[in-house]
Design a binder for this molecule. Structure first.
Ligand code: PLP
Length: 399
């Protein structure tokens, strides 16, 4: 039998500490490894496969479009791209769309758009305020935007124009705002930074401040968008409307795609200002259209809210049982369990051994981001495995 980890070690750049399992097949919330072992997947491609693995709605859309027209340049009109843009606009508070290929590209586009806005309407203002523990992607500019020193240090000097301030702190944003500021960029709930849920009124206060100063509010909903928090977009949960919104992850149901949306008054790109070879490609756009339409038509946000509450209740039960769990937090199906020491990896490995995939989001925390299609039965199974995993880790800690 081929030793895939050994081959990976030989040929692939060693930038990722992988979980020791080689996945070969997926269906719904389940995946199988190369030895035929089945796992319940509460990682789902890092909040990507929102309809589960290989959902027929997505797979059929891809297959049909792949047999019809795969790629043209954006010099031409293509129908899946236009249909996707229309669906996004009709179901959000934004007016215009640009489609790209990933979350970081959507955020790069958002920052470029905010800078254009600054040039045109704010006397050349160009700085974007972001928060500590945020994550906006891995390009150089998005590394500067992401308030995580360990990500930034290897690449100093970073592109100018970003100010990282304390998270969930309106006063920090106010103090950092100058006549150079063109926008504030935030995740409604920080995902990679540890599933950090802000105070209920934080986004409203940020919105009010942006309005007062005439600067833009960019919401990075790469992780929180497309039903993940129990609303189609995270901004609905907090009762605010962004000027610019970015999406990726769940949008394509497993196919790589990102999108940048803007209100009409902030959609200031002119001809020639921005483009992408693959952005809005017919195949990826068809997949995203099918995914989004299915999510909307079947009201997944409401289902996510209910099953998310059920998951949260179960996790609170585990918190009572295991005193080393210090916090369970999240919204909808973006949830973290935090421990009193750096046992995230041990819990991940114990879950893996018992047939559940979870993500170690911080040394002392795991993240659960299952497909939006799961029901209470799958949650029960995950909670049972997690319970047994925590029990075995607890025994190790006591030893
Ligand atoms: C909030 C947020 N923004 C941006 C990104 C970057 O997206 P991508 O990996 O598609 O570039 C991520 C990825 O985890 C994310 O969670």
């Amino acid at each position: 039998m081929t030793n895939w980890p050994e081959l990976e070690c030989k040929y692939y750049m060693q930038t990722i500490v992988r979980v020791p399992v080689t996945l070969v097949k997926g269906k719904g919330a389940r995946v199988w490894d190369d030895k035929g072992r089945e796992y319940l997947d509460f990682v789902c491609g890092l909040a990507v496969n929102c309809l589960g693995h290989c959902h027929p709605v997505v797979a059929n859309a891809v297959a049909e479009q792949a047999r019809t027209l795969m790629q043209t340049s954006n010099w031409y009109y293509t129908i899946p791209q236009i249909r996707l843009a229309e669906l996004l606009v009709k179901n959000s508070c934004l007016d215009r769309v640009f489609i790209c290929n990933s979350g970081l590209e959507a955020n790069e586009g958002a920052v470029k758009l905010a800078r254009r806005y600054g040039h045109l309407k704010l006397n050349g203002a160009y700085e974007v305020i972001t928060t500590m523990d945020s994550f906006h992607g891995r390009s150089l500019a998005m590394t500067a935007a992401s308030g995580q020193p360990k990500m930034q240090e290897p690449y100093i000097p970073l592109p100018a124009g970003f100010v990282n301030v304390a998270n969930n702190n309106i006063e920090a944003i106010k103090s950092a705002t100058t006549d150079k500021t063109c926008a504030v960029m935030l995740e409604p709930v920080q995902g990679e930074g540890g599933v950090n849920v802000p105070d209920d009124d934080y986004l409203k206060k940020v919105r009010e401040w942006c309005d007062q100063k005439g600067i833009l509010l960019i919401l990075d909903e790469v992780q929180t968008g497309i039903g993940r928090l129990g609303t189609l977009f995270g901004y609905e949960l907090y009762g605010v409307e962004p000027d610019i919104l970015t999406l990726a992850k769940g949008l394509g149901g497993g196919i790589p795609i990102g999108a940048l949306l803007a209100k009409e008054r902030s959609a200031v790109f002119a001809v020639g200002d921005h483009n992408s070879t693959f952005g809005g490609n017919p195949v990826t756009s068809a997949a995203a259209y099918a995914t989004l339409k299915y999510i909307i038509d079947n009201d997944f946000p409401t289902k996510v809210k209910k099953v998310g509450q059920y998951l949260m209740e179960g996790l609170r039960g585990l918190k009572k049982k295991y005193p080393f769990i210090t916090d369970v937090r999240g919204r909808g199906l973006l949830v973290a369990v935090e421990f009193n020491s750096d046992m995230g990896q041990s819990v991940l490995m114990a879950c893996l051994e018992k047939g559940l995939l979870v993500n170690r989001v911080k040394p002392n925390a795991i993240r659960l981001i299952p497909p939006l299609t799961i029901g209470n039965k799958e949650v029960d199974k995950a909670l049972d495995i997690l319970d047994r995993a925590l029990s075995s880790v607890a025994k190790e800690v006591v030893k």
